[in-house]
Design a protein around this ligand. Structure first.
Ligand SMILES: [Zn+2]
Length: 120
């Protein structure tokens, strides 16, 4: 019976010993775990950046108004990413507002958006 050699997740060398072993030794385990922590925090950092940028753009578009409407191009020209938001709010009419922190937007007809700010 042929068995497929199990490889160390860090250095890809064949593993000997216990079937549930994933690493040659502590060195490889630590190296692997540290790397995935770095990758994970890079991903978190990236999303945080997008969210903060979205928030900044909403703030710029809103200015000192209580509520304002803009076409989609105004958002996209500034680099707004509609794929990222912090949370949603559904009002009594069933309209879904997408929030980036305290700023929210509601999609309107014809690719226009209403921007609102959460009252503190
Ligand atoms: Zn190894």
């Amino acid at each position: 019976m042929e068995t497929i050699p199990r490889l160390c997740l860090e250095c890809n060398k064949p593993l000997k010993g216990r079937i549930d072993k994933k690493f040659c030794d502590d060195y490889c385990r630590n190296a692997y775990n540290n790397k995935s922590k770095v990758e994970e925090s890079a991903y978190v950092r990236y999303i945080n950046q997008v969210l903060k940028k979205n928030r900044r753009i909403l703030g710029e578009l809103m200015g000192n108004e209580e509520m304002t409407k803009h076409p989609k191009t105004k958002f996209t020209n500034k680099g707004f990413d509609f794929g990222y938001y912090t949370h949603q709010y559904i009002n009594k009419k069933g309209n879904i507002y997408f929030f980036c922190y305290e700023y929210g937007y509601l999609p309107l007809e014809g690719e226009w958006y209403l921007i609102v700010k959460r009252k503190s």
